[in-house]
Design a protein around this ligand. Structure first.
Ligand code: NI
Length: 147
């Protein structure tokens, strides 16, 4: 059998460091780690650091990724067309979208975007503002670069 020649990025080198925390704070941290099923403190700390870097990226206006989740009234006249029209103003920013017919009356749409935070927020606000949109949530994410 022929093996595909796959080039893998080597795992990043790890650096060990020690952290001093108040006992009560560490107890709460460990309890949270256990609750969330996080395998190690190291993973939990790395997740916190990454989450703060993602927040920084959003605040600094760097390129980020996001998911916008919409629930809307299927029967509202012109709404689906309106939502599509708004999305057509951001053709390079929207990577993908998925439409789900939740039931007879409701549609759910997930729009995945990559771009500048202010543009993504503007898109989410415009979609949220359309009459007949019952719910709109913006899940701030990252492109994964530099994490
Ligand atoms: Ni639908």
């Amino acid at each position: 059998m022929k093996m595909k020649n796959v080039t893998r990025k080597p795992a990043a080198a790890l650096t060990r460091f020690s952290v001093s925390l108040e006992q009560a704070l560490l107890r709460q941290f460990d309890a949270r780690i256990a609750r969330e099923g996080c395998p190690t403190r190291s993973k939990a700390v790395a997740d916190l650091v990454r989450a703060s870097l993602v927040r920084d990226a959003w605040q600094a206006g760097r390129v980020v990724a996001a998911a916008i989740v919409l629930v809307y009234d299927h029967h509202r006249r012109g709404l689906a067309q309106r939502l599509t029209h708004v999305q057509h103003d951001y053709p390079r920013m929207i990577i993908a979208s998925q439409h789900v017919h939740l039931d007879h009356d409701n549609c759910l749409e997930v729009i995945v975007a990559r771009g500048r935070p202010d543009h993504i927020k503007q898109l989410a606000d415009r979609l949220k503002g359309a009459k007949g949109v019952k719910y709109c949530a913006l899940a701030a994410a990252s492109t994964g670069q530099g994490l």
